[in-house]
Design a protein. Structure first.
Length: 227
């Protein structure tokens, strides 16, 4: 008794009495990463069996060899983004929702995304990596069940403005979600800084200068000065 990759057979090889009917069976491998299906027996010897019955019966009219063959089932491949609902392509077709494909093991496919991607006003998503490694567009050839996730960093726009009589730092620009940003106002000669007016999640309104804000969303900070 023998078998190819992808399963096991019973009974084990051994001596049998002449004329004995022996039931042979094949069990394909199946787990979360790969699965196989039984494809058939190849038998040699008087009373052997060749075919797809499983289990099958052979009669020991002489020495017999039975080999079970297995075929790997299509692999289940999931492609998604984090955060969800960002755009990506698989073999040139665009998607936003998570997709699951059935592919032949080892077949080549191209997964890709774009960066940056726009969200709501003042929000964008910058590609960080694919969970399985690789460039922003690359070819994969999975032989087992796989999930490929395009990971993005969420960024918010910080708008900085100054009233007459001074300047502010840093300049307006994109900041990563959760980043701590120190903002400061510098009055011109003859002017005095009077305070910040902030809008947006975790913005700051008050007179502390400099002050650190946390990027919890798009933020606008305006510095006021008096002469």
């Amino acid at each position: 008794m023998s078998h190819g990759t992808g399963g096991t057979v019973t009974p084990a090889s051994g001596w049998k009495n002449s004329g004995t009917a022996v039931s042979i069976s094949a069990t394909p491998t199946s787990n979360t990463s790969v699965s196989y299906s039984f494809s058939g027996w190849a038998g040699t010897g008087t009373g052997s069996y060749s075919g797809t019955n499983n289990p099958a019966s052979v009669t020991m009219n002489g020495p017999i060899s039975e080999n079970a063959a297995f075929t790997q089932s299509p692999v289940q491949v999931t492609v998604q983004t984090n955060p969800a609902n960002r755009s990506f392509t698989v073999d040139g077709t665009s998607y936003t929702a998570t997709q699951t494909f059935s592919w032949q093991p080892g077949s080549s496919h191209t997964i890709a995304t774009t960066s940056p991607q726009s969200g709501d006003t003042g929000v964008r998503y910058v590609w960080s990596n694919w969970s399985g490694g690789g460039a922003i567009s690359h070819t994969v050839a999975p032989t087992t069940n796989k999930t490929y996730t395009a990971n993005f960093t969420t960024q918010y726009y910080l708008t900085m403005s100054a009233g007459t009589g001074g300047k502010v730092t840093p300049s307006s620009g994109w900041k990563s979600s959760g980043a701590a940003v120190s903002i400061s106002a510098t009055p011109a000669i003859g002017y005095t800084f009077t305070g910040w007016t902030g809008s947006g999640t975790a913005s700051y309104t008050g007179s502390t200068n400099p002050i650190s804000i946390m990027m919890g969303g798009p933020i606008t900070e305006t510095a006021a000065f008096t002469h």
